[in-house]
Design a protein around this ligand. Structure first.
Ligand code: MRU
Length: 344
């Protein structure tokens, strides 16, 4: 089982699959400047929490080729880290790359930063494999429901929730995957359906609004999603719509599971109320590109993420083990015992 390639380092540039065009077109784009990378992150050409970590590190590598001074590197890390506020890995990836090179002579920093990016990516890919192994026994056999996109396009590895689903399918434990379309940018309909088709996994697409009815019908054995930031008490930010899935799953007795690596946990964040939630343009809700379906200038409520309270979550699957309730005890214990990038 191999990841779908989505990123290639070609110093002084990085090449990525432009996810905004999928599934109609599979186009690789080259990003050479910090501005180009920032635009690609903002417009979701590259997206997904772990891949945003890779992008954060890459932003520092690109910037180090232009200005390798302490001030230049620190300001690039800060700048790229705040392009999207919710996924903790964007800022932590940028910070980690900056810290790895700041002690070196200026002339060696850009090269070291690109090496860091390669190692960081390889570590993420290895973590995805271990996470998938941990997750398979957590799923109840049958059909799974997932939200947004958590596959290779989101991590550059096997994926988090989708990595678990892939491995469980290969082992005969998953018969089909229900996929919410994930309004308004359709990461489920466009990206997850594309990945599942490539993996040969039977997939059924549903409008976000049909998820509660599907869960009520008894057709789903487990709901599994990824995460963008997990607080110390287990409250979890993920793609908007996750909260309503978790609520409906609780009502109908379906386990709701989060799959995320150690790097998605934010030890500095005490609870979900402290997670910054990205608010996006109203225009994303009222249409798609040139096709508009609401009145001109319609106001919209368009948060990119929501926060699921820990008490709705049955388990966290990480590459370093499975965490079960009571999360206010077990998540801090996990954070103390584990560390980012720890070997298997
Ligand atoms: O806005 P996006 O597409 O970057 O949001 C992505 C998600 O919410 C994913 O579920 C999350 O990043 C986990 S990816 C393994």
């Amino acid at each position: 089982m191999e990841p779908i390639p989505v990123v290639r380092f070609e110093p002084p540039a990085v090449r990525v699959v432009d996810q905004s065009l999928l599934p109609a077109e599979e186009r690789w784009i080259e990003l050479r400047t910090l501005e180009q990378l920032e635009e690609a992150i903002r417009s979701l050409r590259v997206r997904g929490a772990p891949l945003l970590g890779v992008c954060g590190a890459t932003g520092v590598a690109i910037a180090a080729g232009v200005d390798a001074s302490d001030a230049g590197i620190r300001s690039a890390a800060e700048r790229v880290g705040r392009v999207r506020p919710t996924a903790v890995e964007l800022e932590s990836g940028a910070r980690a790359c900056a810290e790895a090179i700041l002690g070196l002579p200026e002339g060696e920093r850009a090269g070291a930063a690109w090496r860091f990016c390669g190692e960081y990516l390889a570590r993420r890919q290895e973590e995805d494999r271990r996470l998938a192994e941990q997750g398979v026994p957590v799923l109840r056999p049958g059909a799974v429901l997932t939200h947004c996109n958590t596959g290779s396009l989101a991590t550059a590895g096997l994926g988090t929730a989708l990595g678990v689903i892939r491995l469980a399918f290969a082992r005969g434990m998953v018969e089909r995957c229900y996929v919410t379309e994930t309004r308004p940018l359709l990461q489920g309909a466009r990206l997850t359906m594309w990945e599942l088709e490539r993996s040969g996994i039977p997939a059924v697409l549903l409008p976000d609004t049909a998820a509660a009815a599907l869960l009520a019908s008894g057709a789903v054995s487990t709901v599994i999603t990824g995460a963008d930031r997990i607080a110390r008490n287990g409250d979890t930010a993920n793609k908007v719509g996750t909260l309503q899935l978790a609520l409906a799953a609780a009502r109908f007795g379906v386990p709701f599971v989060i799959a995320a690596p150690r790097s998605t946990f934010d030890p500095a964040c005490p609870a979900g109320s402290a997670i910054p939630i990205e608010q996006r343009e109203s225009s994303e809700v009222g249409g798609w590109g040139a096709c508009r379906w609401t009145v001109p200038g319609a106001a919209a409520f368009n948060p990119a993420f929501d926060v699921t309270p820990a008490d709705l979550i049955a388990a966290f699957v990480t590459e370093q083990g499975v965490i079960r309730p009571p999360f206010e005890v077990t998540v801090p214990a996990f954070l103390e015992q584990s560390r980012e990038g720890a070997p298997a």
